[in-house]
Design a binder for this molecule. Structure first.
Ligand SMILES: Cc1ncc(COP(=O)(O)O)c(C=O)c1O
Length: 427
């Protein structure tokens, strides 16, 4: 039955980051429904979702309370525009977010995907300076190994790789400095800041963890120092917390862990608990105030998306926040993170094919030694894991573990056991 669906899919659906000519051969899971930590396919087979459906799901699938919040909102209004108008759900969500984001007197501009939040951030950072009459600050300082999304603007801030180099002619130039995998990255970044601060619209970072490049991790004090230097030189700091936000690193935001107050922050993925597509660009009052002026003046931010501030997404996000806080979910991440780390130390670190394990909270990258065909082993390990009932997806030869924040210890252990078996199957 699954193969039927796969063939129908292959005939009409185009999957991102997927070579469609081999899609069916690679035994994709055809999901029909989900329950808590499990995705369930059309044959009723259950898979532990150990990548949180590409890092979005925070407290499990099919959560009754979030379902009810969406249904209640649905009975009122599904969508109404935020351009020049508003809805009560988005006001309530913004008030709730304002209590927790580490941005001074925050204001919220909503979109649907992480890349769009980053795109908004870079345009805001640019226009902020022109609104102040400074037309020199047009460049961005970004880190090697960064990933900020796939729209042309966010792609320009990110590094290459993963087949995206083909778009290089479309990218605008940003000033690059080494990423967290290079020992003296902080020193080099500070040199770039000092050399270029007068032309920099912003410094763009993934605080603490460069996720998509393979989970490279900085020390919180290093991130704090970088942000301190940038802000003292008058460089706006954009913290892209699309991946690290909402508890992933053991705090609500990685910025909290690093002790920073970014000027602009991008959130997405876990914002709605991973239920509905919503992202947001958060700006401090200093940035926001620079956009105030007469009606229809050029100080206005002429940017917006049709589904910005969708009330269904807002209702899901607000309920999700309530659950995180009420059930102290993030406070419990530490325990789970420790359990996972002990299991990985015991069962994975010693395997001859494992090169490195990098972990921050419940974000883990396990680097497999590459063969002559880089990326092949990562792919095979994850296919083995799927056959063994755990959904994993690699970044090249780095296997990502990104369990829901409330995975039970038994499910964390099962994930590691399956990973061990799946790596050993390579031999
Ligand atoms: C740090 C970071 N920024 C932006 C994005 C892009 O988010 P989206 O896939 O929702 O566009 C991602 C996605 O993985 C990410 O990890």
């Amino acid at each position: 039955m699954s193969s039927d669906w796969v063939l129908r899919d292959q005939k009409r659906v185009w999957h991102g980051f997927t070579q469609m000519s081999t899609f069916a051969e690679l035994a994709p899971i055809m999901v029909e429904r989900a329950e808590g930590p499990y995705l369930i396919d059309v044959n009723g087979k259950r898979y532990l979702d150990a990548i949180s459906s590409l890092w979005v799901t925070t407290i499990g699938h099919n959560n009754g309370e979030i379902n009810d919040a969406i249904a209640t909102q649905l009975s009122k209004v599904a969508h109404s525009t935020l351009l020049g108008n508003s809805n009560t759900a988005i006001v309530e969500l913004s008030e709730a977010l304002a209590e927790i984001v580490p941005v001074n007197d925050p204001h919220f501009l909503y979109a649907s995907d992480g890349a769009a939040a980053v795109e908004q951030a870079l345009k805001i950072a640019f226009q902020y300076w022109t609104n102040l009459g400074n037309f020199q600050k047009t460049k961005f300082l970004t880190l090697s190994h960064a990933y900020h999304g796939d729209t042309v603007g966010s792609l320009s801030l990110g590094d290459g790789g993963f087949g995206t180099d083909i778009f290089n002619p479309l990218r605008f130039n940003s000033i690059k400095t080494p990423g967290y995998n290079v020992d003296n990255w902080l020193y080099r970044a500070i040199l770039e800041l000092e050399a270029n601060y007068n032309v920099l619209a912003a410094l763009v970072i993934e605080p603490l963890v460069q996720g998509a490049s393979g989970m490279y991790i900085a020390m919180p004090e290093q991130v704090k120092e970088l942000v301190k230097v940038a802000q003292s030189l008058g460089v706006t700091v954009i913290a892209d917390e699309v991946a690290t936000g909402f508890g992933r690193t053991g705090k609500m935001f990685a910025s909290d862990l690093c002790g920073i107050n970014p000027d602009i922050m991008c959130l997405g993925k876990g914002l709605t608990g991973g239920y509905l597509p919503m992202s947001v660009t958060v700006v401090s009052n200093r940035i926001y105030d620079a956009f105030l002026g007469p009606d229809r003046s050029e100080k206005t931010f002429y940017h917006g998306h049709s589904f910005s501030g969708n009330p269904l997404c807002a209702a899901a996000a607000k309920k999700h926040l309530e659950i995180l806080q009420r059930d102290s979910i993030i406070e419990k991440v530490k325990e789970r993170q420790h359990h996972l780390s002990v299991e990985l130390d015991k069962k994975i670190k010693c395997l001859p094919l494992v090169k490195d394990i990098r972990q921050a909270g419940l974000m883990v990258g396990i680097e497999i030694k590459s063969s002559d065909d880089p990326g092949h082993r990562g792919r095979v390990v994850c296919m083995n894991a799927v056959q063994n009932g755990v959904l994993l997806r690699p970044l090249g030869d780095v296997i990502v573990l990104m369990p829901h924040l409330n995975f039970s210890k038994a499910n964390l252990t099962k994930t590691v056991d399956v990973l061990e078996r799946s790596i050993n199957q390579l031999l």
